[in-house]
Ligand binder design. Sequence first.
Ligand SMILES: Nc1ncnc2c1ncn2[C@@H]1O[C@H](COP(=O)(O)OP(=O)(O)OP(=O)(O)O)[C@@H](O)[C@H]1O
Ligand SMILES: N[C@@H](CCO)C(=O)O
Length: 317
Amino acid sequence: MSVFTPLARPELETFLAPYGLGRLLDFQGIAAGSENTNFFISLEQGEFVLTLVERGPVDEMPFFIKLLDVLHDADLPVPYALRTTEGVALRELAGKPALLQPRLAGKHIKDANAQHCVQVGELLAHLHLATQGDKVLERKTDRGLDWMLDEGAQLISHLDAEQQSLLQAALDEIQQHKAHILTLPRANIHADLFRDNAMFEGTHLTGLIDFYNACSGPMLYDVAIALNDWCSDDAGVIDGHRARALLGAYAALRPFSTGEAELWPTMLRVACVRFWLSRLIAAETFAGQDVLIHDPVEFQQRLEQRQQVTLQLPLAL
Ligand SMILES: Nc1ncnc2c1ncn2[C@@H]1O[C@H](COP(=O)(O)OP(=O)(O)OP(=O)(O)O)[C@@H](O)[C@H]1O
Ligand SMILES: N[C@@H](CCO)C(=O)O
């Protein structure tokens, strides 16, 4: 399980006391998740999630706190950092940046249908509308196009011949379109909107979590990341019905531009490369350890299936 930093009850009690939320009733490490340490925390006054941030620079924490405040203020179903009675949001526990957040209702779903995808498309559009243009909070991603080019070049020798040619073609495409991609309309993007980062009650989306990849960037990239996870079948093929549901719901709130439509097939492939590489790196880094590792092959297959893209972005007439 992915509890990188175990905690003992006395240190937790000391940490939680300044929130003034009552006694600690129970706590439990969360096995799901692969990047940070999370605990469910039961206090007398409610249910919470404690996150210890395990990767990423500490000095970026104010960005995440601010972004979640903005999205919470826009009435989006996101967690946000609770403040101690003295108004402190960012704390430290066991040497790691630590945040206490409300526990959101709902469960992750494995088998997404078109109704789930409509909700995802709408939420993503609301997130972008709340932060686009001059509202964007700047943060450069640490897994952007240059990261893909650098890591891809280093990892390629670890792959077999077929994988190498697939990855090399995708890296060449990134190099070719890099400048153009960076001119697309920008906002704050979640950049990791997978099924395991959303929660539902029935077909109602009750929570979007795990903003630790959030950054400023092209909105289309966020759409491509979400679509690759929510609208793929087990072989990595795009499910047209779910995909049209997600894109239509999104476009009804934030219409796509013709520039975005041109780069759409490329963007779907870029979004595959991002997660193929991060999963390959995680598989090497955590090999043999008790850490959740997502299968890199899933994104190799999705990238193979995105070589020809027939799904077009809906454009306003
Ligand atoms: N605010 C919250 N409300 C309810 N459940 C939460 C909340 N935050 C986290 N969780 C639970 O903890 C699990 C792990 O959280 P999260 O996805 O943030 O971890 P992570 O290690 O950053 O994951 P990932 O592998 O997606 O990067 C989630 O799948 C969810 O079940
Ligand atoms: N959502 C990512 C893990 C967290 O970044 C993946 O499935 O590879």
